[in-house]
Design a protein around this ligand. Structure first.
Ligand SMILES: Cc1ncc(C[n+]2csc(CCOP(=O)(O)OP(=O)(O)O)c2C)c(N)n1
Ligand code: SF4
Length: 272
């Protein structure tokens, strides 16, 4: 039987703004199935986002949701989690939102290891504003603000998250819808800051300028360039050139979680 997404959708908020072929719908569905598997009630879940095509997602779904300012979802998410640690807080946004204007919030949330799940929708550009380059635009790729090709090296979001202190880091793609669901579920069940980077190229702002004229070309590219982490970790840098690892990239369950540390520090033994 087909999965019933309708129970999580706010029908009054449709139609959504996403272009035909955008991978964000695939992400939304994988995320909803993962959330469903946790058994959490809608009332205990909070979705926080910034600004951008990715950040529109919370508006479409029936949880507690907050659409904040560009790059600031993690500030709001941190406040919500600290105020009520019983809530399950999920923050999301695009690569621009999370690694450009919100980059500082991102690295410090990772460093604190607060119990929030962060979904980074990496479409390699600023989608909503028309395809400007972002910190994840690959070297040489074209963007509206890089008509001759990107000359800056790009961030590897997953590696950035590990280096900054996140205790669960995974990567997936919009092609890998079912593995994505399983990865998000693992991230949701992790105690501490979990990051899932989701490669989901923007056909409208990126693909058309970079030799991937159809949305399906972007999915095929994701399929052909993703290497399971267990295999990737034994490959040389030269063998991995132009490819990226998917799956669980890092996990550490030994580090203290921020809200628990905070409660201990201020002598709060019990909330509520
Ligand atoms: C403070 C501020 N600066 C700039 C903007 C304009 N703006 C809106 S969305 C966006 C970038 C969106 O790119 P990304 O975060 O990668 O998300 P995507 O749309 O690609 O999903 C920008 C620069 C804004 N809304 N607020
Ligand atoms: S502009 Fe790109 S990221 Fe935004 S909805 Fe369209 S395809 Fe998706």
């Amino acid at each position: 039987m087909a999965y019933d997404y309708a129970k999580f959708i706010r029908p009054g908020r449709l139609p959504h703004i996403w272009c035909p072929g955008c991978g964000y719908g695939i992400i939304m569905k994988s995320m909803l199935r993962a959330i469903d598997s946790t058994g959490w009630s809608k009332d205990e879940i909070v979705l926080a986002s910034g600004i951008g095509c990715a950040s529109r997602l919370p508006g479409y779904v029936d949880f507690n949701t907050i659409h904040t300012t560009h790059g600031r979802s993690l500030g709001f998410a941190t406040g919500i989690k600290l105020a009520n640690p019983a809530l399950k807080v999920i923050a999301m946004g695009g690569d621009g939102d999370m690694s450009a204007i919100g980059g500082n919030h991102f690295i410090h949330a990772c460093r604190r290891n607060i119990d929030i799940t962060v979904l980074v929708f990496n479409n390699y550009i600023y989608g909503m504003t028309g395809g400007q380059y972002s910190p994840t635009t690959p070297m040489g790729a074209k963007a509206t603000t890089a008509p001759y090709g990107m000359i800056e090296p790009s961030f590897d979001i997953a590696r950035l998250a590990v280096a900054a202190g996140a205790t669960f880091v995974g990567r997936t793609t919009s092609y890998h819808a079912v593995p994505m669901e399983k990865l998000i579920l693992q991230a949701l069940n992790h105690k501490g800051l979990s990051v899932v980077e989701i490669m989901a190229g923007c056909p409208t702002g990126y693909g058309r300028r970079n030799g991937q004229k159809a949305a399906s070309d972007m999915l095929i590219w994701e399929k052909e360039h993703a290497v399971p982490y267990e295999k990737a970790k034994n490959m040389t840098e030269a063998e991995m050139a132009g490819k990226f690892a998917i799956g669980v990239i890092y996990k550490d369950e030994s580090r203290p979680e921020y809200v628990e540390s905070y409660d201990r520090a201020v002598g709060l033994s019990k909330r509520g």
